[in-house]
Ligand binder design. Structure first.
Ligand code: ADP
Length: 585
């Protein structure tokens, strides 16, 4: 572009200059020539008027020849031609040797009109001449034509000289003017080039302003306007980039999967969560058709319907087979993606936990109803038996009432445990923190258990290091935990077995362990026994009066203290329940 503009401008100037010089040369030559011709003609006119003043005697050829010679004294050639074209006398040549002049234009015109003129190459003298002739009527005889001629050689020489000078001047002007025009066009095209580079720079995102140059013209104005445009663009782009970054940061950080598709079902945007949920590569999903990325027919169908729908559509999706996850899908049509093109926003909301909680709640209601059903049926049954006549049965009536009382107290325990659990799970467990002596805790619970253990012929051992530091906790709640573990140990150990209660410190906590030589817990159940109502052997648990809630209450209490409750067990060899509580200091 630079070379092109530069040469265009430079050559145009040069061409104009050359044209102007040619025109000048042509016009000046013409003017010069006609001026010179007029001067020669004036000279001939004065010779003519002198001749008219002294007319010749045409009858006498010798006198005529003399007259011709005397008249040409001023340097002009004088010829006298008869009306038939015969040359009668001539001042420069022998008339006898001269051809007939009847066809000479000036002669013809003089014969016809009385006067004639011409400029041409002389056939007789072989050089350019200016002619002037007039018709002379002698007093007797036929009229003759008297002609005067002056050579043009001088004129031609002056013209040649003039043209040589003009050429020299033109050459000098050409060199100077051409040089100036080249320098100017070079500077001009360099400025244009700078503007072009600047606009390229702006297009590639560099908005550094163009430094001003010292000239003041339209190009400077253009540069200024471009600078302003660039600054404005810079501001706008910054604002837009900021807004875009903000929204994409929001979308990226959302835990909901979000994707936007256009009217042709191509993905315009998808966030990381969306890609993770559907197990696709987030970096490669933009621009690709949704159908290539997603295998779930329900999701595809919903997205497709949303493109033509007026309202948002709801659906659900289950992903994965080993650990299935549930999602609520919302597909909302949008109209602002591109002008005249629709699109849709798809949002995947993970509701796996919600579904699980729903199931847990349903299970819980079913479990509670089931737990209540057995004692209530028994109470109702025995009450009806008594009313139906067994009241009089002295042998059994007391036993029936005792059964009713046992089931009622079981219902009471169940209700107590449920209330406690509800309180704990609602976050309303009040822990009265204070230093609790581990020694006192284990001694107290051991004493309570000793009677039950001896009844079942189970040995209870207690061991703990002499100087156990106190733990930070609620003595009543911690006693409840330990008592529950001890009761379980006694209940799930056959007569003749052994229960060991021990305590130790480790790092910043005390660990209390209840180990038995009982029936043990299968590995698959070890995690689940802490769930509400979960029992390995429900019949045996009920038989010993268990509610299936003890361990889950215990776990909540321990965790509320910042500790941990866990189990190690081998079937047939026994179980060890451990719980840790942070030390008081
Ligand atoms: P339960 O009132 O039935 O004892 P828990 O929540 O205290 O309820 O215990 C849940 C289940 O864990 C029990 O039903 C039992 O199957 C199992 N379990 C608890 N402690 C022991 C243990 N020491 N030995 C064997 N199984 C146990």
């Amino acid at each position: 572009m630079r070379a092109k503009l530069f040469w265009k401008l430079g050559l145009t100037y040069l061409a104009l200059l050359v044209l102007a010089l040619f025109a000048l040369d042509f016009y000046a030559t013409r003017v010069f020539r006609s001026d010179a011709l007029r001067a020669v003609d004036d000279q001939l006119a004065s010779v003519e008027s002198a001749a008219r003043a002294h007319p010749p005697d045409v009858q006498n050829l010798a006198a005529l020849q003399e007259w011709v010679q005397s008249t040409s004294g001023g340097g002009a050639r004088v010829t006298v031609v008869a009306s038939d074209g015969t040359v009668l006398a001539d001042s420069a040549a022998d008339p006898a040797k001269m051809e007939n002049h009847a066809n000479r234009p000036e002669v013809q015109s003089a014969i016809a009109n009385g006067a004639g003129k011409d400029v041409r190459q002389s056939a007789t003298l072989g050089r350019a001449l200016v002619y002037r002739a007039y018709r002379f009527e002698p007093p007797s005889g036929a009229p003759v034509v008297i002609r005067f001629a002056l050579p043009l050689a001088q004129v031609n020489e002056s013209i040649a000289e003039f043209r040589r000078r003009l050429l020299l001047a033109s050459l000098a002007m050409l060199v100077l003017g051409g040089g100036a025009s080249l320098i100017y066009s070079r500077g001009f095209s360099a400025r244009i080039e700078r503007l072009k580079d600047f606009s390229h720079r702006v297009a590639s995102g560099d908005f550094q302003p163009l430094p001003s140059d010292d000239t003041e013209d339209e190009l400077t104005d253009l540069a200024r306007a471009l600078n302003e445009t660039a600054a404005h663009l810079d501001r706008t782009i910054r604002t837009l980039t900021g807004e875009r970054n903000q929204s994409s940061a929001i979308l990226r950080s959302m835990i909901e999967g979000v994707a936007v598709i256009d009217s042709k079902e191509r993905v315009v945007f998808c966030n990381r969560a969306f890609a993770e949920i559907l197990n696709i590569d987030a970096a490669r999903c933009e621009g690709r058709p949704l159908v290539e990325l997603v295998r779930q027919a329900d999701l595809l169908d919903l997205a497709r319907r949303a493109l033509t729908s007026a309202d948002s559509l709801q659906g659900s999706l289950i992903i994965g087979t080993v650990m299935p996850r549930s999602f609520a899908v919302t597909a909302t049509p949008v109209n602002a993606l591109e002008p005249a093109a629709n699109g849709a926003v798809i949002v995947l909301h993970d509701i796996t936990e919600l579904r699980r909680l729903e199931r847990v709640r349903q299970d819980f209601v079913a479990n509670v109803s089931h737990e209540f059903k057995t004692p209530l049926t028994a109470i109702q049954g025995f009450a009806e038996t008594l009313l139906g006549g067994a009241l009089e049965d002295q042998k059994n009536n007391r036993r029936f009432l005792e059964i009713i009382r046992d089931h009622a107290s079981r219902l009471g325990r169940l209700t107590d445990d449920l209330l406690k659990l509800a309180r704990i799970e609602a976050g309303k467990l009040e822990v009265q923190y204070q230093p609790v002596s581990v020694a006192e805790l284990v001694e107290g619970c051991a004493a309570t258990t000793l009677f039950k253990a001896s009844q079942r012929n189970i040995a209870l051992n207690l061991s703990y290091p002499p100087e156990l530091p106190a733990v930070r906790g609620d003595a009543g709640l911690l006693r409840e935990v330990l008592q529950n573990l001890l009761d379980n140990a006694v209940q799930y150990t056959s007569p003749g077995g052994r229960v060991n209660l021990s305590a130790a410190t480790r790092d910043h906590e005390a660990v209390i362990t209840v180990a038995d030589t009982g029936i043990g817990i299968p590995l698959a159940d070890q995690e689940r026994i802490f769930e509400r109502f979960y029992r390995v052997d429900a019949a045996r648990s009920r038989e010993v009066g268990g509610t299936g809630l003890g361990l889950s209450i215990a776990k909540h209490i321990v965790e509320a203290h910042g500790g941990r409750l866990w189990v190690e067990s081998t079937i047939g060899a026994g179980s060890q329940f451990h719980f840790s509580i942070p030390l008081a200091s």
